[in-house]
Design a protein around this ligand. Structure first.
Ligand code: ADP
Ligand code: MG
Length: 697
């Protein structure tokens, strides 16, 4: 009965106060638990509607909700929204006049507020926590709670102190504490719960699976990427799109190239805010179809019909990656995401890591210059032996980790020496986060499951998505697979035989066991292993152990249910990963001549048969008489051009490409680019000439 009226009341408030027709997934369950006085850990993706999960219970409970939030902008945003709903709300942060804060305290003590937002560092102001404790709040919400954990990607020391003030504010634990975040790995979740001393918290970790995204991860050398990206986006169905670049330079260059084919702009932190806003507006309205951005793009972007997200390089964290691909397909329609990577990306990343987390010695140098008597930043910078940028970075890190205090006028005093500990932990953590990205790219597991598991939802991580390159190799666009050769199939048999008597085995020892003399190359072994995993005959799990205080990673291999039932690998189709589809590589001409034969009986559209030299089926239908005539003219031009350039004719255009062009009779450059075998390079060099022959204006 009570539960019934409770949820009636919640639904009533949802309509009457917030004006929402219904709860979103999980909101009601969370609200009910909060109203029942439970401590809660809420991990749901950005935009899922976490704020409502503390706002509604706060109103249902009566009294004031105390909300701790790390950013002034977030606070102001919530403040404005709640005030617009005629709720009684105040906030206290450093961006406001002292009189405003004083007024907020008075209202709080009088019980005149529904919500009070504070920045965490307020709790350090003498007398402030005591003031709050005079009138215990109805609940305490901690937004962006991952900032508490040094394992989180946004660690803030001020957040870490929240825990020590809670007991006094909780009135003997009768006041529930709600921790909310969009990104918390299992380690971070544990840390949040421990740091806040939450009592038997109910955990809601939901909503990370995205059913309409097909994730593809493909190994591709950096110089090959622009071509593949142009080719992908030349297809109308793949737009609108966001391409994430790893540097401003890459973003500019790619945007420049793509803009010859479709309305495209670059977007990065180096552009002035006016330009950035213009780009964002044009993309939202559809005037721009592609934006090539660094990570700065997309915050607050809510464009429902983005069809493709491409990562032109490795992202630094899976959290960031997930947020970025999450911008595709908000309308629920099928959308694709592509992640391009190669060994070279790791080096780029090491460079960034060093820049963002400078050597601890740099921080020591700055720390040694500090004392109780304030010095200005400019003064310190001038006196320091570090380069300007190095100095700024070191000081920034010292401040974040408590080694330096900087006031609003830019005066610096010494902090505490504890910074060394948290700083090195965090730097190490960042490196480890990148390790997770690398393992994600190397895995043959379902991509969506890997992400869902990363965010801590173990239950939901069991169901393969059926769309990614791991689940549906034949459906992938960029990545190619071919049937296993006889040699590879016998390696597969050996692997299965070796696994049958045991529960599991490390990938390394498995290889040594089946191939003690080391005749099988590592690539071949890995290829077969991945193919077996893709066919769900085996399971490969990332596992770790500790040795000499260091965490080592390895891949734990075991037979699946299906694998145990099978007595030979020949019962399944083994598909070996084989680079990217030819139409997306600039090497088409060369590869095409090397791989001359065609697939005799393609089992699925995206696979090649390995018993034959593999190639893609390029279907050129019989030409009409007009097209035939056009093909002859094109061929004449091609041969002349080749002579002029002193190149073999097929270097200019292959015969089959000529035929395809004649068939398509493109009217403009972007139609030309859609033709199989034509890429931006060809378009740039020969586009106008070809179009002229085709009779286009
Ligand atoms: P989060 O904090 O999880 O990133 P927010 O709490 O800021 O997300 O909510 C995102 C948006 O969803 C807000 O504009 C909010 O008003 C809206 N929203 C939340 N719950 C509902 C609901 N039940 N029905 C409709 N809109 C909702
Ligand atoms: Mg939020």
């Amino acid at each position: 009965m009570a539960a019934q009226s409770n949820s009636d009341n919640l639904a009533h408030l949802l309509h009457s106060v917030f004006g929402f027709a219904q709860f979103r997934a999980n909101q009601e369950a969370v609200c009910r638990a909060a109203v029942a006085g439970r401590d809660l850990l809420l991990v749901m993706p950005t935009g899922a509607g976490k704020s409502l999960c503390y706002q509604l219970p706060a109103l249902a409970l009566g009294g004031t909700a105390l909300v701790i939030s790390p950013l002034i902008a977030l606070m102001e945003d919530q403040y404005a929204k709640l005030a617009a709903l005629n709720l009684r709300v105040a906030r206290i942060h450093s961006g406001l006049d002292r009189s405003v804060s004083r007024q907020a305290c008075v209202e709080y003590l009088r019980g005149d507020l529904d919500f009070l937002f504070i920045a965490p560092e307020r709790l350090r102001v003498p007398g402030f926590p005591e003031m709050l404790a005079k009138r215990p709040p109805a609940l305490i919400a901690i937004d962006e709670a991952h900032c508490i954990s040094q394992w989180g990607h946004d660690f803030r020391p001020d957040y870490r102190m929240i825990g020590q003030y809670l007991p006094n504010l909780r009135n003997g634990a009768t006041v529930p504490v709600l921790a909310l975040t969009a990104t918390a790995t299992p380690a971070v979740q544990k840390d949040i719960v421990a740091q806040l001393a939450m009592t038997n918290p109910e955990r809601f970790i939901h909503g990370f699976r995205r059913d309409n995204l097909a994730i593809e991860v493909v190994e591709l050398p950096i110089p090959e990427r622009p071509f593949a990206i142009s080719k992908l986006l030349a297809k109308r169905v793949h737009r609108p799109a966001i391409v994430y670049a790893t540097s401003r330079k890459q973003s500019e260059a790619l945007a420049e190239q793509l803009s010859q084919l479709m309305p495209t702009a670059a977007y990065h932190a180096g552009l002035d805010s006016e330009t950035r806003e213009r780009v964002q507006r044009a993309f939202l309205s559809g005037r721009l179809e592609v934006v090539v951005a660094t990570i700065a793009f997309g915050m607050g972007i809510d464009k429902p019909d983005i069809r493709t997200i491409i990562h032109a390089g490795l992202p630094g964290t899976l959290e960031g990656y997930y947020q970025e691909i999450g911008r595709a397909g908000r309308d629920g329609a099928p959308s694709r995401t592509f992640l391009m990577h190669s060994y070279a990306d790791q080096r780029t990343h090491d460079f960034f890591l060093n820049r963002d987390y400078p050597p601890v010695e740099n921080l020591h140098q700055v720390f040694r210059m500090l004392s109780e008597s304030p010095r200005t930043i400019d003064d310190l910078r001038a006196a320091s032996k570090l380069a300007e940028e190095e100095f700024d970075k070191a000081l920034e890190k010292l401040e974040i980790h408590g080694g330096a205090r900087v006031d609003y006028a830019g005066n610096v005093t010494i902090g505490t020496p504890v910074w060394t500990r948290t700083y090195s932990i965090q730097a190490q953590h960042r490196a480890e986060q990148f390790g997770k990205v690398l393992r994600f790219t190397e895995s043959s597991d379902c991509r969506m499951c890997a992400l869902v598991r990363h965010f801590g939802d173990e239950d939901d991580a069991k169901e393969p998505c059926g769309r990614c390159d791991g689940c549906d190799p034949a459906g992938s666009v960029l990545r190619m697979f071919r049937r296993a050769s006889n040699g590879e199939r016998s390696v597969a048999e050996l692997i299965l035989d070796d696994l049958r008597p045991v529960d599991h085995k490390g990938a390394g020892s498995l290889q040594r066991a089946i191939d003690p003399s080391g005749r099988i190359s590592r690539d071949k072994f890995e290829g077969v292993l991945d193919a077996l995993a893709r066919a769900r005959v085996i399971a490969i799990e990332d596992a770790q152990y500790e040795k000499d205080g260091e965490v080592k990673h390895y891949r734990k291999v075991s037979l699946s249910e299906m694998g145990r039932r099978m007595n030979s690998a020949s019962q399944v189709d083994l598909l070996i990963s084989d680079g990217i589809a030819e139409e997306f590589t600039t090497l088409t001409a060369i590869k095409g001549s090397r791989r001359a034969a065609k697939v005799p009986k393609a089992p699925a559209p995206r696979t090649r048969e390995s018993s034959q030299p593999p190639t893609r089926v390029v279907s050129v239908p019989p030409l009409s008489p007009e097209a035939e005539a056009l093909a002859v003219r094109l061929k004449q031009w091609r041969n002349d051009e080749a002579k002029k350039l002193r190149l073999p004719p097929y270097f200019v255009l292959l015969d089959r490409t000529l035929a395809a062009v004649a068939h398509a009779r493109p009217a403009n450059l972007s139609q030309l680019l859609e033709v199989d075998g034509i890429g931006p390079g060809k378009v740039e060099k020969f586009g106008p000439a070809i179009l002229k022959i085709c009779g286009a204006k």
